[in-house]
Design a binder for this molecule. Structure first.
Ligand code: PRX
Length: 680
């Protein structure tokens, strides 16, 4: 990593985060406790540091292994941890085959189309088994893929997505699902980095009432990949309506294939699941960091599956008879862990909803909940804020009852939490505010729903087996209850954690471990605290309030974006000399990006140019990254050494105090930019 990339911006999200006051405890309903999977507080003793790492056997034993492991945690290649070494397992087998004997007729997936008049599709475990097997045959026999190969998926929220993932897992093929809302160009970057030669996509999907042509993104992706001297040999195209092509873009002869055509040839084929070493890679999930290039978080098979199965049972409190709905997108880690792998590993019925929560109106989620009798609900603060704003009284109109609700992805304001609790949960549900990251595989902090009281605005203590610690910048421990914020780290490894950054071990070590490593030659896990990159305040009771990122990452509607990625996208416009992104508070999205631009000499600002820059960001990354505004400024506020003062720009965007700017090289520019942005 170059020195420049390492440079930290002056404004971190934590600095502008809401610092709300501590709230009082709210106790879980007795009705919830009476039925919960875990009610005994001794679970925290079982998962104490003294019992580490063997405590995680409890999670691994939820799975079916071909061969049991001989070493629970191998630290010899620290900090690349290996879990359940010697064990052999298959994720697809664990999510499907082993449930057939008793539950073949149970719904595995309820697929809910955005089009409300379309019937809900209920896919049983038997049907899932058949469809996964037949698709696995295409992967193996038509595409020639085998264990260890990578495949990129760029799919929307449809049942065919988990079918594709589980077919890959059946053969030990590493899947890399790219969020469907990302652009073709963003997909291409991830195809190149992962080394995939097969792209799996869908022709179209519904979003806000529009049937969107998705196949066109595949064409862009393949063309972009070619520029990097890599070739996508095959594009497999699922059809949103089997037998009918719903996209406008033509199929490319010899490259693009309709899955539904190919499937005919493999009717009835059954593919034995491949027993994989526990530490074999199950999937890659790309995420944003401090550099312009997204990084592939590499997740294992055995450790990951054990962790998501365990936390689905203990924290999500999923029982066999529950109807569980996580409204996240499978293109993000939440969907991988808590729509697909966790729930299916424990034989749950999981709901997949294709569309926008507020389409056609903000009563939609509650109608789905009522119709399917959903009793566990899982979503993000952004969705909760939008539903609250557009339909505060909607939940009361519908007859559904949640026993458990989850929030994930961003800090949730106490006022929003309370609406979630009272209006959505009708005061009957336990809420888990789950804090974690793409890299982690599963939850880090949350209350255990039947054991710990809830505290609005606080995620809670580490879940069993996760031992957080807060350090200041110099490596001193910030004690719980000190009221001071610091960098929240995890003292111990856990099975769900990523193994490394795909093909970039150095970056893995430097980004997550270097800062607080006690001895870089050590093979002891105790010497390698994991740096999450979040700032937090931990109260005397051990409950963590997450304040936001300490690096150049911003969290827009729960989507993680690197400011460098946005800035690099803006720099693709030839006229741009410098670009700086700052997060600005937004009522629904939490924050959104505000883009400041300085142009090359001789070029004048115009409305068209601002639009062109905004469009470049959408093309490079996707619509979720579209900035609030593109401010073309005469010059950036800079330190005397020439560093852009993002802190000052952030303050201007957020209407807060810019502080002392007299030491800047060009303090007069601050007045000018303030006038431009705030009109005063
Ligand atoms: O800043 C934290 C925030 O989201 C970041 C991780 O984003 P991502 O990798 O996309 O994963 C999101 C879903 C697991 C974290 O570093 N974050 C996540 N959950 C919470 C949160 N901030 C506050 N409270 C949460 N519950």
């Amino acid at each position: 990593m170059s020195g420049k990339e390492k440079e930290v911006t002056e404004t971190s999200e934590a600095e502008i985060a809401v610092h709300w006051a501590e709230e009082d405890f709210i106790y879980p309903p007795a009705s919830f406790i009476a039925q919960a999977n875990v009610t005994d507080p001794s679970v925290y003793d079982r998962f104490s540091l003294e019992n580490f790492p063997n405590c995680f056997k409890e999670y691994a034993d939820l799975l079916t292994w071909y061969e049991y492991w001989h070493t629970t945690l191998d630290t010899s290649d620290a900090p690349c941890w290996k879990w359940f070494v010697g064990g052999k397992i298959n994720a697809s087998y664990n999510c499907i085959d082993r449930h057939l004997a008793k539950n073949k007729n149970k719904t595995a997936i309820h697929f809910v189309s955005e089009v409300e008049t379309e019937k809900i599709e209920h896919i049983t475990y038997q049907e899932l088994y058949v469809r996964v097997n037949e698709f696995a045959a295409i992967l193996r026999d038509f595409c020639g893929l085998k264990a260890g190969d990578t495949v990129t998926l760029h799919m929307p929220m449809v049942a065919e997505l988990p079918i594709t993932m589980l077919a890959c897992a059946r053969l030990g093929i590493i899947h890399s699902q790219v969020f469907g809302g990302f652009s073709g160009k963003a997909c291409a970057d991830r195809i190149v980095d992962s080394g995939s030669h097969v792209l799996i996509t869908m022709d179209a999907y519904y979003r806000s009432g529009q049937l969107i042509d998705h196949k066109e993104k595949a064409d862009t992706a393949v063309a972009e990949v070619a520029k990097e001297n890599q070739k996508v040999d095959k594009v497999l195209v699922w059809q949103r309506y089997p037998g009918k092509y719903s996209a406008q873009t033509p199929m490319v002869e010899g490259r693009d294939f309709f899955v539904n055509e190919l499937l005919k040839k493999y009717y009835g084929t059954r593919i034995d699941p491949v027993p994989m070493p526990a530490e074999a890679v199950l999937f890659l999930m790309y995420t944003s960091g401090t550099t312009g290039k997204p990084k592939g978080a590499q997740h294992s098979t055995g450790g990951y599956l054990a962790y998501v199965a365990g936390t689905s049972k203990y924290v999500q409190d999923i029982h066999p008879e529950d109807v569980y709905w996580c409204m996240a997108d499978i293109g993000w880690i939440t969907g991988h862990s808590y729509i697909v792998y966790g729930p299916l590993a424990i034989c749950a019925s999981t709901v997949i909803y294709e569309g926008v929560p507020t389409y056609p109106d903000p009563g939609r989620p509650w109608r789905i909940a009522q119709d399917l009798d959903v009793n566990i609900f899982h979503t993000a603060p952004t969705a909760i804020r939008a539903l609250r704003k557009l339909g505060p009284d909607e939940p009361a109109k519908y007859n559904y009852h949640f026993k458990h609700m989850t929030t994930v992805g961003e800090p949730i304001e106490p006022a929003v939490w309370k609406w979630y609790y009272h209006a959505v949960g009708k005061g009957e549900a336990a809420i888990c505010d789950t804090w974690w990251q793409t890299e982690n595989g599963g939850f880090l902090c949350s209350t255990m729903p039947a054991i710990k009281a809830m505290k609005p605005g606080s995620a809670g203590p580490g879940v069993p087996g996760i031992h957080p610690i807060v350090y200041d910048n110099d490596g001193n421990v910030v004690p719980d209850g000190s009221g001071k914020a610091g960098n929240i780290c995890i003292q111990n490894p856990w099975p769900g954690s990523f193994q490394t950054i795909w093909r970039d071990r150095d970056r893995y070590v430097s980004q997550y471990y270097e800062k607080y490593c006690k001895d870089p030659n050590s093979k002891r896990w105790q010497d390698w605290p994991y740096l999450t990159g979040d700032a937090a305040v931990v109260a005397a009771d051990g409950y963590a309030r997450i304040l936001g990122r300490i690096d150049d990452v911003i969290n827009v509607s729960g989507h993680r974006l690197g400011t460098k990625e946005l800035e690099s996208a803006a720099m693709t416009v030839a006229e741009v000399a410098e670009a700086a992104v700052v997060p600005v508070k937004h009522e629904i999205k939490g924050v959104e990006p505000d883009m400041y631009i300085a142009l090359k000499p001789g070029i004048s600002a115009s409305e068209e140019l601002a639009k062109k820059i905004s469009q470049a960001i959408v093309t490079e990354i996707g619509a979720i990254a579209r900035p609030r505004n593109v401010w073309i400024v005469p010059d950036m506020p800079k330190t005397r050494s020439g560093k852009i003062m993002r802190r000052v720009l952030g303050a201007i965007s957020n209407n807060t105090d810019v502080g002392d700017v007299m030491t800047l090289a060009n303090p007069e520019i601050v007045v000018e930019i303030t006038k431009m942005v705030q009109g005063k």
